[in-house]
Design a protein around this ligand. Sequence first.
Ligand code: 5CA
Ligand code: ZN
Length: 477
Amino acid sequence: MVKRERWRQDFSGWFNDVLQEADIMDTRYPVKGLYVWRPYGMKLRNLVFSILKQLHESSGHQEVLFPLLIPETLFQKEAEHIRGFGGQVYWVTHGGHQKLDVKLALRPTSETSMYPMFALWIRTHADLPIKVYQVVNVFRYETKMTKPLIRLREVTTFKEAHTAHATAEEAEAQVREAIKIYRKFYDELGVPYIVSKRPPWDTFAGAVYSIAFDTVTPDGKALQIGTIHNLGQNFAKVYGLKYEAVDGKHHHVYQTCYGISERAVAATIMAHGDDAGLCLPPDVAPIQVVIVPIPFKEKETPVENVAAQVKEELTSTGLRAHLDDRDLRPGNKFYHWERRGVPLRIEIGPKDVEKDQVTAVRRDTGERLTIARKSMKKQVGEILKQITDHLRERAKRSFEALVNSAVDLKSARELLKKQGGIIRVPWCGRESCGKLIAEKAEAEMLGEEIGAGPQPEAKCPICSDPATVNALLAKTY
Ligand code: 5CA
Ligand code: ZN
């Protein structure tokens, strides 16, 4: 079993090494906050986002593609939105040598480019609901420390979904559907999370309320890996999104939007990695099974022939199998694929050929298994399933060890200092108490927990009134 010591104790260094050694990102691009996707990382990214896209498609979302540039005149219409994003926008001021009459924003998110167009698309109730999404790059001039896959100035893989509805109830239902989609997505990746309603003082710019998914990094910080916003009629009123109801009256629509970035890839890497590097769940592993022939002098040819046959057999069942027939020592190949997190390695030596068997080695546990050729296809499928389950369980255990409850703020503060993680504290729900809770715990408030409430007798640690919700506290990325 591979250890997870460096993974925990030097997470930042571990993460940067993994990105490089597993051929995921090149972080040497000479602009701060911008990074290069390398081929293996690109494959991983596409597999992760194809799951997310599929979940949107199968729930009636349609893919669109809006322009990157947003005229200042449109961008500045929603006052709250500007207050939230104003300081983070990159502006295009020139076309060639010509100064532009109207500056163009590089989208930091696409509400202000999409909604004026929605206004043209919506005439009557029959045009509703609108449920669209796109996967694009967005630009944010982040001032906190930038970090590959986690805090970017060019977010390269921003899945943003935007919806419009006739009623507030339908928008509410859409928020619930989005939560369900994000749960399924992260469950499939085996990434553990906690869901909360963001506190009113930290709601998305222009939203009525925001829901966040957070996971915990190995070094105990909360990382927000997705948000869902109920926008009410805020944008609809500004951009004139109106529909004619059955009774002939005109009403503003109700809207939602929800987004996930390549942080989802970061979350997958950190949830399952260990001290030997990347360790990928089979569903998103660019290579699920790597076959390494172990030739032995004059017996070379049969070993290589059998290895090629094994590859064909596995590929024919739909698996992503790769035959490593490079002229390198097997030990080097083992190391190479281990660092890239390939879930299963199949070794074929002269003895295996003789006995009509293969030797399989699990990346997650290091376990060696001998498998008869006859039952190989079936057994490989089963082992990959076991790896998926094991990784999910292990990630869940590490996460749960870092999500704790505290009854008072002193113990919350000490727990946060000692091991970090997310701490639940009972809260009356008042904004003034919430702000003090976060301040006294020397942490940030993620929000009020969704899906679990406080103990029956629990009291707010500030005002001593009965608690109505759990506040979630953490140091954040
Ligand atoms: N328009 C809404 C929903 S699409 C929106 O922009 N929401 S957001 O600002 O909360 O972003 C959605 C998610 O993108 C965040 O939860 C976070 O996980 C991710 N994200 C935001 N900024 C960055 C960044 N600079 N680098 C990487 N990921 C980011
Ligand atoms: Zn209180």
